[in-house]
Design a protein around this ligand. Sequence first.
Ligand code: ADP
Length: 305
Amino acid sequence: MESIKVFAPATVANLSCGFDVLGCCLDTVGDEMLIQKNDLKTVRITKITGQDLPLEADKNVAGVAVKAMLEHLNLEQGFDIEIHKKIKAGSGIGSSAASSAGAVFAVNELLGKPYSKNELIPFAMQGEFLASGNAHADNVAPALLGGFSLVKSYEPLEVISLPSPEALRVVVLHPLIEIKTKDSRAILKQTVNLKQAVQQWGNLGAFISGLYTEDYELLGRSLKDDIVEPVRSILIPFFEELDKLSAKHALGFGISGSGPSVFALCKGDENAAKVYEEFQEFYKTKEIEFDLHVSPVNPEGIKIL
Ligand code: ADP
């Protein structure tokens, strides 16, 4: 195979109770990437549409992730990467992760799959390091593996795939203001109060239990975050109002990744449509442009097109 086209999905990381360790994959929002072998022994970003992003391979997460993989393989093969961006950078729905994960997935396919999807995660994390100064896996793991992913540990890296109840739907509202992951990390405290930590790991455990038992109500009750959300939500216009609005039809509500996107987790299409409508009606009256998405959880992750 000389070239491949892939769909690189958006992802919702943290999911309130799982800061830096939990994420899920979306199905209806994502980029397209076309990757082909070249004879130049270099990795090039040959085209980017939809967003103004660096074409220099060392400054683009896709280039950095692929180079990390080729270095590990000790291989000199070159690749041309085209990125057709639908996910806006700095949106909080894994724009950088989609490119990093999409690129290493595609190159792995072109090379006859020397790595499993799990083994590709560390290479994609190098792209995240470039984007945010932190090699987190809670977007790249669900983008590669699909469904929900739990990062059990970073050293050594261990990622666990979790089940995803059929009826889950995710509504994402992206206010079109940019918050860089770097900046929204910088405002976080580096220490956690024990009482808050106890509550948080209780919620994370309960959320995972809810995924296995398909207990939708429990999933909703577990989407809580007293550690990061109070600090980051200040950066998100009308966060409180959206939280209240979603309460009637959503299971839970929170910040997607590092924001400014917010997400509402819902049971079934009908509830998701109501939340979508309510968010739309509310935000239309504000002077901030926004994107709104609704998606099932994508069980498979990156797809070959
Ligand atoms: P998100 O959470 O939506 O991924 P980040 O702030 O983490 O947003 O990442 C966006 C940053 O990564 C921007 O500074 C952007 O210029 C940089 N970047 C480099 N290459 C890419 C790429 N291919 N796709 C998206 N962002 C990229």
